[in-house]
Write a protein that binds this ligand. Structure first.
Ligand SMILES: Nc1ncnc2c1ncn2[C@@H]1O[C@H](COP(=O)(O)OP(=O)(O)O)[C@@H](O)[C@H]1O
Ligand SMILES: [Mg+2]
Length: 446
């Protein structure tokens, strides 16, 4: 390639972008305009401004499903209240409690500590930084936002509850110096569902702001507003509706909807076509694949087995919901002979993790007189999951299933020229029964 060819590529790419007038309007990071959610902003402002009456809540739990605007609205409120100083920390990347503490330190502009220096020192440093920041800015209230707080509680060996406790004690110490601080924890689950010990529970109180999932019409409104800024031409309203539909099947997920619209428009633009539903379908497959790949490529062998178990049984049974016990049976069937089989309990924990990544959703179902049990359902197609876990294994599985479906693995009794007498029907019945048994053994289905 020479310079001229490169210039040609640049101009082609620029041409591709012609459908967009301002692509950043479809960015899911910064948002300039929020659609609705005034009630949530009001709840937050009321909690924050309580300090004016000397009432600072130590902890606000903001919770709700993914993509329902939690991070966006909390950030927006914090940015725009003039008398508060805030620090917004996303904990998603932290693997341990200490990692969380370091992310908070980094958010406050402090250098990281080594594990061996201990969590107490980390919390002390956090306190000093907050104190300094309040004094320098002359603001009245410090808000520490801990986004994706769920990550903190995944550290089974660390002491998440203890860390929260130390932060609450820190708030109390600051208050003695007439400095006010409030924490906001953003998570998918309500704070009180986490494993917290009683001294934490009693101290953090019960201030919470619940974000209901968006209805489809809310997602449409958000998309419309973005599309207006993002595109140079008018977009077919049916395309917007379709994006909203596709991202509201579980619960209205605005992030997924915006991503979908952007990806679809990129594809249309690249092919110099008018944006249509087919581009949305294609983009949806693509995004799903990317997401699965991202999660599963980094996952452990055992985690992939749990995902594969659900993919296999969904594929073979054609049904969507599956109990933990039937999934464990699948797990036992697919684990490599030389691998260590995990206990039922560990596998059910892996299924919960699977749910936490969004690859599956769960529900509690009655098992009749056996009480209640958890059931799981994939949110992606079983093929996509199977292929992302173990592609060779999945291809083998599809072939095996096909073989069961075509009748040629059963002896063709008609060709033996038998007449329809009693022995013949008995034989027919028997092969049919054998076939069913083989299928049962292969599929592990009851
Ligand atoms: N009310 C809203 N108005 C405008 N955009 C929104 C709104 N709610 C969500 N979004 C968009 O959806 C994306 C996901 O929202 P986010 O706040 O990150 O969700 P959550 O934190 O609940 O998972 C954001 O990037 C934002 O672009
Ligand atoms: Mg968020």
């Amino acid at each position: 390639m020479n310079k001229r060819e490169l210039r040609k590529i640049v101009s082609e790419i620029e041409q591709e972008g012609s459908i967009f007038s301002n692509k950043s309007a479809l960015d899911t990071f910064g948002v300039s305009k929020i659609i609705g959610r005034n009630d949530k902003a009001r709840d937050l402002v009321r909690l924050f401004l309580g300090y004016k009456q000397g009432l600072v809540v130590p902890f606000v739990s903001v919770y709700g499903r993914s993509g329902c605007g939690k991070s966006t609205i909390v950030r927006f409120v914090c940015q725009n209240l003039s008398d508060i100083k805030y620090c917004f920390v996303n904990l998603r990347k932290a693997k341990t409690v200490f990692g969380c503490a370091n992310l908070v330190l980094a958010g406050l502009g402090e250098s990281n500590l080594k594990n061996a220096q201990g969590i107490n020192l980390a919390v002390e440093k956090i306190g000093d930084a907050i104190e300094k920041s309040l004094e320098q800015s002359k603001k009245s209230l410090f808000v520490l936002v801990l986004d994706e707080l769920d990550a903190l509680f995944l550290d089974k060996r660390g002491k998440p509850s203890d860390f929260v406790y130390k932060l609450v004690v820190l708030e109390e110490k600051l208050r003695e110096k007439r400095l006010m601080m409030c924490m906001v924890g953003i998570s998918n689950n309500i704070m009180t569902e986490f494993d917290l010990d009683d001294r934490v529970r009693s101290r953090i109180g019960s201030s919470e702001v619940f974000f209901e999932a968006y209805a489809k019409k809310n997602v449409v409104a958000i998309l419309r507003d973005r599309a207006k800024d993002a595109f140079s031409e008018k977009i077919d309203p049916a395309v917007i509706e379709y994006c909203a539909d596709m991202s509201s099947s579980e619960h209205g997920d605005a992030r997924r909807a915006v991503d979908l619209l952007r990806a679809a428009a990129e594809i249309a633009s690249k092919n110099s076509e008018k944006l249509g539903k087919s581009h949305v379908d294609y983009a949806s497959d693509q995004l799903q694949k990317d997401r699965l790949e991202m999660i599963l490529s980094a996952a452990s062998y055992q985690f992939k087995l749990a995902a594969s178990a659900l993919a296999r049984i969904t594929f073979l049974s054609g049904e969507v919901w599956h109990s933990t016990s039937s999934l464990y049976k699948q797990y036992e069937m697919i684990i490599a002979k030389d691998s260590k089989k995990l206990t039922y309990r560990r596998v059910s924990e892996l299924l919960v993790e699977l749910k936490n990544t969004g690859i599956a959703v769960s529900q509690t179902a009655s098992k009749g007189r056996h009480g209640y049990g958890t059931q799981y359902r994939l949110t992606a197609s079983p093929e996509a999951v199977g292929m992302a876990c173990f592609s060779d294994w999945w291809n083998g599985l599809t072939k095996q299933k096909e073989r069961f479906e075509t009748k040629d693995n059963r002896p063709d009794l008609w060709s033996l020229g038998g007449s329809r007498n009693r022995e013949f029907s008995a034989l027919l019945q028997m092969t049919e029964k054998m076939h069913k048994k083989k299928w049962k053994d292969f599929s592990g289905l009851d």
